[in-house]
Design a protein around this ligand. Structure first.
Ligand code: ADP
Length: 713
């Protein structure tokens, strides 16, 4: 038979009955025992020696990342979150004090990875020659597999005899159900506390939620013994840094278990004045409620009787902690979403644009802001909750309002968006019941939510604004333009006619130099004026959808050659040339296009190239034809470019220069112009199913490109 004897740390040996030291075998045996074994001094409980299995077990609980050699020599109070919070230090004290051995079976404990494990462990005393306790020996063996096997057996057995286990499962089920069904933290808390109270009768239970912003625990629910007003008020708001047990425990991931609070007072762990001590509480459990990395709250209970570490109370708390944490997290996220939604709605409520959000499943309106109600002249309660398709605007009302063509009802755009389409800046007319009309600019888009990594459509939003005032200004402007065009064209034609007549006279009558130059100016400026009026008329036609192409079959090459030649004759400070890329001068580029308009486009680009290169320079008109894939001698598309060495265009202006009335912001105003030339160029080329764009560098020059098909289908 072997026995343990102690003298000093180094002399602690396994000896045989005949007291014959057997150093060699003792060490090897201890190291290879399938049980963790360690020895501490009985004063400060410093770990003096431990075998490999013990150290490995200990390391699964310590989040301090000590190496084995760093653990040796430390007191158990330094082991922190595993041993200390579970009240094991109390057991060490009492074993050392009384000399009575301690046996714990199936004690529950969390590893640093958060796994629940179960352990059998013992504490035994070693006495010195004078008979006083000098060391304590701890053994440790993990029984998780056995406990779990039994638990799952009990859980599946319908007529389980284990009443405690039944209670535990019952409480877990109640809490789990409330997690699934409820979003209200208050009710989740009340249900959890009620279930624990019904099955385990603790005298005190409290549930706090953690407010990580304010670093404070707020009391959610509490059950207290009679006359505990003071306890309740001291628990209302508990700062994270409070010295209360619940605040200290929550900082760790592990629950705090104290078999007997009164014993903890004796060893100085808890103050005599602690309210729970005054209420004669004994068993104590405190579980921090972690959901992932988020601390959601703390659940605390105290019992008037001593409780066991392996008892059903502790095991129940360990299990329901996760569920309550999940419930609180879910409720918190729900409140977060609601708050965000409220904030968003309060912003949308203030917007002058009408906003309507429809939900995909029922197709009904979820939200409409006051502006939407005002613009549609429908009370919000009538809008919200009603399926989108119910708002059809009848064609009859359009004809009553004097509109010949049926207008698109506003809800149609929302229906389009609900079917996944995006609608951008569409105009429509809304006819109110009194026959009045409002012009609306509508945009609508489907709404998507990310769900399990996929984008799922959840609804659609429509934004609209009243553009009646702008429309009527626009209409007046267009009417004015078209009248002005007609009124100006007649006198200018007459001026040009007489000027041409006078020029013819020049051959008969000798004109003096001044008259000749004045006549040249009259002809030049009246031509310029005629071009401007023509351009304005074009704009007005485009606006009124009266801009039509006169398509016919032409050969493009001679047309462009002619333009370049006639421009070359007139140029004084510039030089212009035609560059044919991959084309012979004799090539034919037969296509269907409006000759007059194409000439207008190229002249416009050449005139701009001249105007915006005040220093003179080279102007290149280029032409390249793109052959058909199957017939290399037939051309399907042309690319024309006009390149100058002028002032260039700033990058931020480039996207805008084709807009109506747009002129570069930094442009020297001595360059005459209206900002409509390129707008007309774009309209003409687009109507030929083509594209126009520019590449430019400030101070170097610009190249305008046009690409269009020779045949328009
Ligand atoms: P306008 O020349 O009458 O102002 P356009 O519509 O022809 O109107 O041109 C719009 C604007 O684009 C011009 O005001 C000018 O800022 C810029 N732009 C056009 N062509 C050129 C060019 N070749 N070089 C530099 N800037 C140009």
């Amino acid at each position: 038979m072997m026995q343990l004897l102690a003298t000093s740390k180094k002399e602690l040996l396994l000896v045989n009955q005949a007291n014959k030291p057997n150093y060699h075998y003792a060490n090897v045996m201890i190291e290879h025992m399938p049980i963790g074994i360690a020895i501490y001094d009985a004063q400060e409980f410093r770990l003096l020696e431990a075998n490999a299995l013990f150290l490995a077990s200990l390391n699964t609980f310590l989040d301090l990342h000590w190496h084995n050699e760093q653990i040796i020599g430390r007191s158990i109070t330094e082991f922190g979150s595993w041993l200390f919070p579970l009240g094991i230090s109390d057991i060490f004290y009492s074993v050392a004090e009384t000399g009575q051995p301690y046996r714990a079976e199936e004690m529950a404990a969390y590893t640093i990875q958060g796994q629940l494990t179960f352990w059998n462990w013992t504490l035994d005393c070693i006495r010195d020659s004078a008979g006083s306790v000098s060391h304590v020996v701890q053994t440790l063996i993990e029984v998780t597999t056995q406990v779990q096997a039994r638990q799952s057996y009990l859980a599946t057995e319908a007529d389980s005899p284990a009443e405690a286990e039944r209670k535990r499962l019952e409480v877990i089920e109640i809490v789990e159900r409330s997690v699934r069904e409820l979003m209200d933290t208050q009710r989740i808390g009340a249900i959890a506390i009620d279930a624990i109270q019904t099955y385990f009768h603790p005298d005190f239970i409290s549930l706090h939620t953690a407010d990580n912003d304010q670093r404070m625990y707020h009391l959610l629910c509490v059950h207290v013994p009679p006359d505990s007003k003071q306890i309740v008020s001291s628990l209302q708001q508990v700062p994270f840094t409070s010295s209360l047990l619940l605040a200290q425990t929550a900082q760790h991931r592990q629950p705090l278990f104290l078999a007997d609070l009164q014993a903890a007072v004796k060893v100085g762990r808890i103050d005599q004045q602690h309210p729970l001590i005054k209420k004669k509480m004994r068993g104590f459990i405190c579980t921090p409620l972690w959901f992932g990395d988020q601390l959601e709250g703390v659940l605390t209970a105290a019992f008037s009787q001593v409780i066991q570490p392996t008892g059903p109370e502790m095991r129940t708390f360990l299990s329901i902690g996760t569920h309550i944490a999940a419930a609180l997290a879910q409720a918190r996220l729900h409140v977060d979403i609601q708050n965000r939604q409220m904030r968003l709605h309060s912003v949308l409520d203030q917007l002058p644009e009408g906003i309507i959000i429809a939900e995909i499943v029922s197709g009904s309106i979820d939200y409409a802001n006051p502006a939407a109600g005002r613009l549609l002249r429908l009370p919000l309660p009538q809008l919200i909750g009603t399926p989108v398709h119910r708002f059809a605007q009848s064609y009859a009302s359009s004809s009553q309002a004097g509109i010949e063509f049926p207008t698109i009802s506003w809800n149609f755009f929302l229906i389009q968006a609900l079917s996944g389409e995006t609608v951008r800046s569409k105009e429509t007319t809304i006819i109110h019941s009194d026959g009045s009309q409002v012009s609306m600019l509508v945009s609508a888009a489907p709404l998507y939510t990310s769900y399990d990594g996929n984008q799922v459509m959840t609804g659609a939003v429509m934004v609209f604004q009243d553009i009646t005032a702008q429309k009527s200004i626009e209409q007046h402007k267009n009417e004015f333009l078209s009248i002005a065009n007609h009124e100006l064209r007649t006198p200018i034609t007459i001026i040009q006619g007489f000027a041409e007549l006078l020029k013819l006279e020049e051959t008969n009558t000798a004109l003096n130099d001044f008259t000749r130059s004045a006549l040249a100016h009259i002809i030049d400026q009246s031509e310029h004026l005629a071009r401007l009026i023509k351009a304005m008329l074009d704009v007005s036609r485009i606006e009124h959808e009266q801009f039509e192409l006169k398509l016919a079959t032409h050969d493009l090459l001679p047309i462009i050659t002619h333009i370049v030649k006639s421009q070359a004759i007139m140029l004084k400070y510039h030089h212009i040339h035609l560059r044919l890329e991959g084309l012979q001068e004799t090539a034919t580029l037969i296509g269907t296009f409006d000759k007059e308009r194409v000439v207008q486009v190229i002249n416009n680009l050449i005139n701009n190239a001249i105007k915006y290169s005040p220093e003179g320079g080279e102007i290149e008109v280029g032409l390249q034809a793109i052959a058909e894939v199957r017939h290399p001698d037939r051309y399907r598309e042309v690319l024309i470019w006009v390149k100058d060495q002028g002032i260039g265009i700033a990058p931020d202006e480039i996207p805008h220069i084709f807009e109506r009335f747009h002129r570069a912001r930094t442009l020297d105003r001595s360059f005459s112009g209206f900002g409509i030339g390129l707008y007309i160029v774009k309209e003409i080329i687009t109507r030929h199913s083509g594209r126009v764009w520019v590449e430019s560098t400030v101070g170097v020059g610009s190249t305008f490109y046009i690409r269009f098909p020779l045949k328009i289908y």
